[in-house]
Write a protein that binds this ligand. Structure first.
Ligand code: IPE
Ligand code: IPE
Ligand code: MG
Length: 256
């Protein structure tokens, strides 16, 4: 495979590459509508961009890519769109999983699986099991995911642990909440990208995005190509992340 992200990332230690990129892939519907096509055509075009981006991330050394594919609120869409989206999701997974595995990509799903039929959860489990030992990019797909759901299920599990005496209420702390959240074993997203022009989080990774750099672009998802991704990475590389410290402190730490 031809490397698509070139020299600056690999050759320069100064170029700061995010370890974890989380993306809200928005704008498929509008992309199709502008072409007088059914919204579904936009979703299909969006899948092609996912394929491209996964390759780019895998080749560039990004460790984790989390993609918002279907939110817990997306069930509110017309039944036909929901059903087409689900079909597209599961057929794409079936079609791509061998290649992902061959490319050493570890695939994971986050979100509430209760909504899915067992033939779907079987697929998910099989994809995760097949790729579990892979050491390249970790690709996280968020389906029927909501940030509030994520926090809720962690809190519920904590409440159970307290009620059985496994945990004292005083032991409930940030680490205990975090250890029960989706992505608990992965670094928090360094860079959050939302395509499609909206400036909102839409119930994505509410807890995990606490200190992520936010990047919004008007580019619609099916138009979000490698160049557009590169622009986002460049923007990220130029930012100073302070985590509550002063800029001078951060510089001193960097130069130490
Ligand atoms: C994002 O594109 C894809 C999903 C939510 C599954 P949209 O379908 O939200 O596209 P717009 O926002 O209507 O253009
Ligand atoms: C967020 O996009 C969810 C996904 C991309 C999967 P939406 O298009 O559903 O977000 P809102 O409802 O406009 O905020
Ligand atoms: Mg949208």
């Amino acid at each position: 495979m031809k490397p698509v992200i070139q020299d600056p990332i690999k050759s320069s230690t100064e170029y700061r590459l995010p370890r974890h990129v989380a993306i809200i892939m928005d704008g498929n519907g509008r992309w199709a509508q502008r072409r007088h096509l059914p919204r579904f055509a936009g979703h299909r075009a969006g899948v092609a961009k996912v394929r491209e981006l996964v390759e780019t991330c895998a080749e560039s050394g990004i460790e984790v890519l989390t993609l918002f594919a279907f939110s817990s609120e997306n069930w509110r869409r017309p039944v036909q769109e929901v059903s087409l989206l689900m079909d597209l999701l599961w057929t794409s997974l079936k079609k791509e999983i061998r290649k992902l595995h061959k490319n050493n990509i570890r695939v994971r799903f986050i979100g509430d699986r209760h909504a899915f039929a067992s033939r779907i959860t079987d697929h998910i489990d099989a994809a995760e099991a097949l790729t579990a030992e892979n050491t390249g990019l970790t690709l996280v797909v968020a389906v029927n995911y909501g940030g509030r759901w994520d926090i809720l299920q962690s809190v519920r599990s904590l409440a159970c642990a307290v009620s059985t005496g496994e945990l004292d209420p005083e032991q409930v702390d940030v680490a205990e909440i975090e250890s029960r959240l989706s992505l608990h074993d992965l670094p928090d997203p360094d860079l959050f990208i939302r395509t499609g022009g909206e400036r909102r989080i839409s119930n994505f990774l509410l807890w995990q995005l606490a200190y992520s750099e936010l990047y919004f672009t008007d580019t619609l998802w099916p138009d979000f190509d490698q160049k557009a991704f590169r622009t986002a990475l460049d923007d990220f590389a130029g930012r100073q992340r302070r985590f509550g410290m002063t800029g001078d402190q951060v510089e001193t730490l960097r130069n130490a």
